[in-house]
Design a protein. Sequence first.
Length: 255
Amino acid sequence: MRFQALSSGGAIPPRGSGDGKRGATDFSGSRSGAVTFKGAAPPSGASQGPAIFKAAYTCAGLGVVGDVLAQTITRNAAKKAGLAKSSADNAKKKSSAKSPAGDSPVPGYDLVRTARQMAYNFVFYGPAQHFWYAALAAKFPTAAGATLAANLPPFVWKVFLNQAVLGPVVVATFFGWSMTLTGRADEYPAKMRSDAFPALKRGWAFWVPAASVNFALVPLKAQVLYMSCCSIVWNYILSTAAAGGSQGKAEGKKK
């Protein structure tokens, strides 16, 4: 459902100084106009600890931003709906002295919901991204000095696997995390059936172009940070998808 978040920088190992043949890719032009590539060295095991922690707390922070954005948009939509309803009711009840404006209260910010998303990104999403992108870079390296066409297959595989594997894993685990912590674990199968695929479709529409840019242009050491920044949108998608089912049921019970 980023979503992380959904996460790198300072403590992550620097690019190798050699002409590395594995990792992310930089573009450089030649006199003939051809595009060449230079790979980045994969992270060393000695610095994994600080890098994972950096990925975790950065992704957690961006998860907070994504959830607050989702709740803000929901609140604004509720305000507009309330105003529209009030106007319609006022038109029908001009003779009434009481205003029905209070019939449609605007929901407040759910800080516990934000905390849930932050914790998920810190515990799972951020660290998972760190290892995932490093594994993809090692499994599908780009060749130094190769043309764009020669390196296209690794890019395609990375983008495909990102959406076919990481996306479903994040949606499934985030729904499970949210529903377990809200005491609705028994509703998880129904939640997956109703909301998982719509959330994935929204994610694919955003992530395919974003991931293409990530794997083609962003250095390995910056890939988690780049995708975490993009994951603000993904966190918004996950947050609204996870909250949508419970909100809909609550409204249905009120009726």
